[in-house]
Design a protein around this ligand. Structure first.
Ligand SMILES: C[S@@+](CC[C@H](N)C(=O)[O-])C[C@H]1O[C@@H](n2cnc3c(N)ncnc32)[C@H](O)[C@@H]1O
Length: 391
C-alpha cells in the first residue's frame, strides 16, 4: 500500500517512478502513488531515458514515454481481434449452456458416465455427448477414468458447495437477461420496469435462488474484509438490507461479543438462515426501526440512484447512536480507465442504480451529513468507507 492506494504488486522506485500492478494490470506510478497515465498493461519495464517497453493485453509490444504516449510499436497484437470480438457476441452461449446444465441437475450427478447421465437427465445419448463437449470447452467438466467429473472451477456448480453458483445461470439467463433487453430504451431515459427486489420478494423460488447467489458472492467478497471492520465488544450492529444474512453471520463469527441484526424485506428475513443473527424486517425508504453503534450498508447504495441514496443515508444517520459509525462496503470505479463499466451497465439495466467512484460516494455521504474518516481496502474487490455523522 502507498499513500492509501493498494497494489497487487509494487516494484522499487527508480528515478521517481515504480512499476505497479492493480486489478486492471501493470502501469507506472509516481512517488505520490499516482498513475502516470490511464492505460493498463500485461507487463511494463522500468523507464530508461524516459522510455519504457510495455506489452498490451493483446500481445502488442510498444515503447511509451512518461506521459503514456506510444513512441514506437515493436510488435503488432498477437491476438486475433476478429475472433475475440466474435466470442464477445456469443456470451449467451455460455450462459444458456450453464443454465441448461444447472436446470437438469447434471452437476450434482458427477462423477458419472454417459449412460448414467442420459438416464438421470433424460437427454438423448448422442445429444448429451455434444452437450458434455460444450461443458468441457467451458472448463467445468473433464473426463477421468471413463467418467465425467467436475473440474476445480466446476466445483462451484455443485448445489452443496458453500459458495455455490448453481442458481446464478438461471438468474442471468432468465429475468436479468430480460431486463438487459430493455437497455436501449433505458439508455434513452426510460426507467427500469419494476423494482427487482420487490418482484423477487413475491416469488418464493426466486427468493431462494437469487439470495443463494448473493450469499455466495457475499461469502467470496466479504470474508477478507470482515476482520478489517472496527466493531467492538458490546456493539449493536445492523446489517441494513443484508439479504439472508451472510455478512451478518461472518461479523457475528468474527466479533461474537457484538449483537448483530440483519434487516431486509419481510420475505427475505423470514429465511432465518443463521443462528446468532437477529432478523429484522424493515424498509430502506421508511424510518428504520432500530438505533445502533455500527451500521453496515454492503452493496446496497449501488442499487439506487443518487436521490434514493440521499434518502437511505438520511434514515441511516437517524439510526445511529451517539458515537456510532456507518460502514459502507462497495466496489469503487477506478479514477482512470474503463474498469467496472459492465457491472455499472448491469445495475443501470437491472435496478436503476450505478457503480460509483470513491469520490462520488464521498460526495453523497458528505451531502447527507457524514464525514468519511477512513477508507479501508485489504486488497479485495470491496472497500469500506468508515463514516461518522458530522458533529
Ligand atoms: C444487492 S442486495 C445486497 C444484499 C447484501 N447486503 C449483500 O451484500 O449480499 C440488495 C438487498 O437489498 C434488499 N432491499 C431492496 N429493497 C429494499 C427495501 N426497500 N427495504 C429493505 N431491503 C431492501 C434486497 O432484498 C437485497 O437483499
Amino acid at each position: 500500500m502507498i499513500h492509501g492506494e493498494w497494489f497487487l504488486d509494487l516494484d522499487v522506485f527508480h528515478k521517481g517512478y515504480a512499476r505497479a500492478r492493480s486489478n486492471e494490470g501493470w502501469h507506472h506510478i509516481s512517488k505520490a502513488g499516482t498513475p502516470l497515465y490511464p492505460a493498463r498493461y500485461a507487463n511494463v519495464e522500468p523507464f530508461y531515458n524516459g522510455c519504457s517497453r510495455v506489452e498490451t493485453g493483446d500481445g502488442a509490444l510498444r515503447v511509451i514515454n512518461e506521459k503514456g504516449e506510444t513512441l514506437r510499436t515493436l510488435r503488432r497484437p498477437t491476438i486475433d481481434h476478429f475472433a475475440e470480438l466474435s466470442a464477445d457476441m456469443v456470451g449467451y452461449w455460455r450462459t444458456m449452456a450453464l443454465k441448461t446444465a444447472s436446470q437438469s441437475g447434471l452437476f450434482d450427478q458427477l462423477p458419472a458416465n454417459q449412460q448414467q447421465l442420459s438416464k438421470s437427465t433424460g437427454m438423448a445419448p448422442e445429444r448429451l455427448v455434444r452437450f458434455l463437449r460444450a461443458l468441457g470447452e467451458l472448463g467445468v467438466i473433464q473426463v477421468e477414468r471413463d467418467k465425467y467429473v467436475l473440474t476445480e472451477k466446476g466445483q462451484y456448480l455443485r448445489s452443496d458447495h458453500p459458495k455455490t453458483l448453481v442458481s446464478a445461470p438461471e438468474e442471468y439467463g432468465g429475468d436479468l437477461l430480460r431486463r438487459w433487453e430493455r437497455l436501449p430504451a433505458i439508455l434513452k431515459g426510460a426507467d427500469v420496469d419494476q423494482d427487482i427486489f420487490d418482484e423477487i420478494s413475491h416469488d418464493e423460488e426466486r427468493v431462494k435462488a437469487h439470495h443463494e447467489m448473493l450469499a455466495s458472492y457475499a461469502l467470496h467478497d466479504y470474508a477478507p474484509v470482515v476482520p478489517l471492520l472496527n466493531i467492538n465488544a458490546g456493539d449493536v450492529v445492523f446489517d441494513a438490507a443484508g439479504g439472508t444474512g451472510t455478512l451478518s453471520s461472518l461479523v457475528k463469527r468474527r466479533f461474537p461479543e457484538a449483537d448483530v441484526y440483519c434487516g431486509d424485506k419481510t420475505e427475505i428475513t423470514q429465511q432465518q438462515l443463521y443462528d446468532g443473527v437477529h432478523y429484522l424486517p424493515f424498509d430502506l425508504f421508511e424510518p428504520w426501526p432500530i438505533c445502533v453503534d455500527k451500521l453496515l450498508l454492503a452493496r446496497v447504495l449501488h442499487d439506487w440512484n443518487d436521490k434514493q441514496v440521499a434518502l437511505i443515508l438520511q434514515h441511516a444517520k437517524a439510526a445511529l447512536r451517539p458515537g456510532g459509525e456507518l460502514l459502507v462496503l462497495e466496489m469503487f470505479l477506478p479514477k482512470l480507465g474503463f474498469g467496472g463499466g459492465l457491472c455499472d451497465l448491469h445495475l443501470l439495466a437491472v435496478t436503476g442504480g450505478q457503480e460509483r467512484s470513491e469520490d462520488h460516494y464521498s460526495d453523497l455521504l458528505h451531502n447527507a451529513g457524514f464525514d468519511v474518516v477512513e477508507t479501508v481496502n485489504g486488497g479485495s474487490l470491496v472497500s469500506v468507507l468508515r463514516c461518522r455523522p458530522k458533529p
